[in-house]
Ligand binder design. Structure first.
Ligand code: ADP
Ligand code: MG
Length: 724
């Protein structure tokens, strides 16, 4: 057998199930031990310093430099006691990943070594960060980017390094990361939502967002992964014939977890617990070797940072197990892709979930105010919201096997739908019996939902009882990219809600009448985004188009929404992004798209020329020997005797010929695209010409995989990658 694949398979067979991170005692005895949380803070700093941090976390107040020194010293003492030698500002540049540059605590003066960490080092760093994507916001001669501590997310220790969650901004203060717009959108949402909540309860001071992020992922053996250049370089297979059996029997979903993976899960859960990540569920997903874990929801910034951290922890722990975790949205064609369901809700400072239907009429009206505002937001900005999850990798997943389509819609469930119909038909709440009747139904919603009978898993944006679940987010994404859009559009919608209620009240309407009128108007406005049926069906695609709901059919085309006046004024008015920041993001999105596709296309060409064609030709030579031998022995009868060999030889020739000319055309398509000056135009040409050509290449390569002797095939096959 081809030695590379054979060696990989032999090595994979030696990898056993084993635990590496085992802690004594119950989880509660080590949960959060590597987090500098409030309890630990109190032990390591004075009351004023502790209060300064608390106020920064809760109210966003600035931390004074003098206090910063004391905070830094407390952090350092705690970190050193726990074995840390370095510190780093960990930030989230526009690459979508996290970035860190470690600095040693140790300092030597007059031959004496001591550990040093000042307040200014805690508060701000200037990493030599000129290579991060910035979409033209910085010129290299003034390439300074600053990372600054974000106290709203806890400091922690990972691998002997004190990690300080940070924002990343340019010298002139523009956002160069995913975190800043998200923090600003949370503030904008809090402002608008508090104003609406005050219509019902004047004591509400702020509103925050809760996120629960379910993480799907694939796991493959490390030796097999290393034998696939496409997995190593692109995180996905660019060629590979589907296995005879994959997910058709649904026997993997919720099945017994393979023991190697279970050991891996237990190990990364242990490490996550130490970092204060409250993982709650683990299970097999639909595709073979696909799994999911979910933490308990928490405040948005923390939830996102913890998700980014969890992905790092999973990757690190997987190495011990000789496994590779794939966060890519579509590592394997023909089976389900992976998402990161984003459960989103709003909560007041007094801990009231504003998306909880409630029992009393007042609570129900409040619920309807917030619910209708979300509906209107998703309706008015449906294309922007869908675009927020558009990346090259997620485009392979959306609309594919059991993934939401790239068409936005909201699922509310039959009970709420009836309520909305009733609100539309009859006018205002208090006077009408029918509405009162329907309100009773709303009040019973909490009892109806928990049994999960009223759920629609085909909807990209579904209400699940007390939160919305945005299911189109991709598994590899930094959720901040989608969350800041949800927060912003809902903030905008709530702003409108408040001003419309104010206007009606000014005209003399009672508050409750005014609220119900605006709820009704918002529901009417948003009617076309509501869809209760099968989101995966072709009928829905046609129906959505009729309703004016725009689908994302091409990713770089979709990015153009960031150039729309409406988008720019939305983010500018809310103070979330300036127009310069938006256009920088637009550039980065296009650039990343092109670069990733360019890498995939190159890898595909290389694999075909260096692996697929040589193996195919080797097999052809074997066939030729057999045909020649038959001719020597049987004379003219050889053609009948070797019919199958001759047929196979010819088929291989035909695929090899088309493969090599398709690879050539792929290179040509890339070269032609590469000279296009405008990055957005280049991305559009890549998405069409380069991707079309890649599909042709893959078709021939996958046919050859079926024709060539298994012994000679150099790349681990799907059936080997996907089953333990
Ligand atoms: P399912 O797969 O059925 O959607 P999971 O238990 O896998 O359910 O995930 C549900 C996620 O939603 C969890 O992270 C959970 O903590 C989170 N969640 C529950 N309630 C809320 C809420 N009010 N706001 C945000 N997230 C929530
Ligand atoms: Mg879910």
């Amino acid at each position: 057998m081809a030695t590379f694949r054979q060696r990989a398979l032999n090595e994979a067979a030696t990898h056993m199930s084993e635990r590496f991170f085992v802690e004594k005692g119950p989880v509660s005895s080590y949960f959060g031990q590597n987090v500098f949380d409030q309890k630990i803070m109190r032990r390591y700093m004075s009351q004023p310093a502790y209060e300064a941090v608390l106020s920064a976390v809760e109210k966003g107040t600035k931390i004074d430099r003098s206090v910063a020194n004391e905070i830094a010293s407390g952090m350092k003492n705690w970190a050193i006691e726990r074995g840390a030698t370095h510190y780093t500002h960990i930030f989230q540049p526009l690459t979508g990943a996290t970035a860190e540059k470690h600095e040693a605590f140790v300092s030597v003066k007059d031959g004496q070594a001591f550990e040093k960490f000042s307040g200014s080092a805690l508060v701000q760093q200037e990493p030599d960060a000129s290579s991060f994507p910035n979409g033209g916001l910085r010129n290299t001669f003034e390439a300074r980017g600053y990372s600054a501590w974000d106290p709203s997310s806890p400091v922690f220790i990972l691998d002997e390094t004190l990690c300080i969650p940070s924002v990343f901004v340019s010298y002139t203060g523009e956002a160069l990361d995913m975190k800043v717009p998200n923090l600003k959108s949370l503030q904008a949402l809090s402002n608008s939502a508090t104003a609406v909540a005050n219509l019902f309860d004047p004591s509400v001071k702020s509103v925050s967002v809760n996120l629960g992020l379910e993480q799907e992922y694939f796991v493959v053996d490390e030796a097999l992964y290393n034998a696939r250049p496409d997995l190593v370089l692109c995180d996905r297979t660019v060629i590979g014939h589907t296995a005879a059996k994959d997910q058709q029997l649904s026997d993997h979903y919720f099945g017994a977890i393979p023991s190697r993976v279970e050991a891996f899960m237990k190990d990364f859960e242990t490490e996550a617990y130490k970092l204060g990540i409250q993982l709650e569920t683990r299970h097999n997903e639909v595709a073979p070797n696909q799994f999911e874990c979910a933490p308990v929801f928490c405040e948005a910034t923390k939830a996102i940072d913890q998700n980014m951290l969890l992905m790092i922890v999973m990757q690190k722990v997987s190495e011990k197990h000789h496994l590779k975790v794939l966060f890519h949205e579509k590592p394997f064609d023909g089976v389900n892709g992976s998402g990161k369901h984003c459960n989103w809700s709003m909560r007041t400072d007094s801990n009231v979930n504003l998306l909880s239907p409630g029992k009393t009429t007042a609570q129900t009206m409040q619920f309807l105010a917030f619910y209708s505002s979300v509906l209107k937001a998703v309706h008015d900005y449906h294309f922007l919201l869908m675009t927020s999850v558009c990346t090259l990798s997620n485009s392979y997943r959306l609309g594919g096997h059991e993934a939401p389509p790239a068409i936005m819609s909201v699922f509310s469930g039959s009970t709420l739908s009836k309520v909305f119909d009733s609100i539309i038909k009859t006018k205002c709440l208090p006077k009408d019996k029918a509405i009162k009747e329907s309100i009773k139904i709303v009040a019973s919603v909490p009892e109806i939902f928990p049994d999960n009978t009223d759920r629609n898993r085909t909807s990209p944006f579904a209400f699940t009882g007390n939160r919305f679940e945005f299911r189109a987010v991709g598994s590899s994404m930094n959720v901040a990219g989608a969350a800041f859009v949800i927060n912003s559009i809902v903030a905008e919608s709530l702003k409108k809600f408040k001003s419309e209620v104010d206007a009606l009240e000014a005209k003399g309407e009672s508050r409750s009448d005014a609220i119900m009128d605006v709820v009704r108007n918002f529901i009417i406005d948003a009617k076309s985004i509501m869809f209760e049926g099968n989101g995966y069906s072709r009928e829905w695609q046609e129906e959505a188009a009729k309703r004016g709901i725009k689908a994302v059919t091409n990713v770089p085309d979709a990015f153009d929404i960031y150039k729309d006046k409406e988008t720019i004024s939305l983010f500018e008015n809310l103070g979330v992004l300036t127009s310069a920041e938006i256009s920088s993001r637009y550039e980065v999105l296009n650039e990343t798209y092109v670069k990733k596709l360019q890498i995939e296309a190159r890898v595909m060409g290389d694999i075909c020329l260096n692996h697929v064609i040589p193996a195919s030709v080797t097999y052809q030579n074997i066939l030729m020997q057999s045909i020649k031998g038959a001719k020597e022995v049987f004379g003219n009868e050889y053609a009948d005797i070797c019919k199958s060999d001759i047929d196979t030889y010819k088929k291989i020739s035909s695929y090899v010929n088309s493969l090599s000319s398709d690879v050539e055309s792929l290179v040509e398509a890339r070269k032609k695209a590469n000279v296009i000056e405008s990055i957005s135009e280049r991305a559009k040409v890549y998405s069409r010409d380069v991707q079309d050509q890649m599909a042709k290449v893959r078709n021939s390569a996958d046919h050859l995989e079926m024709l060539v002797d298994d012994e000679l095939w150099p790349l681990p096959k799907y059936r080997e990658l996907l089953f333990f």
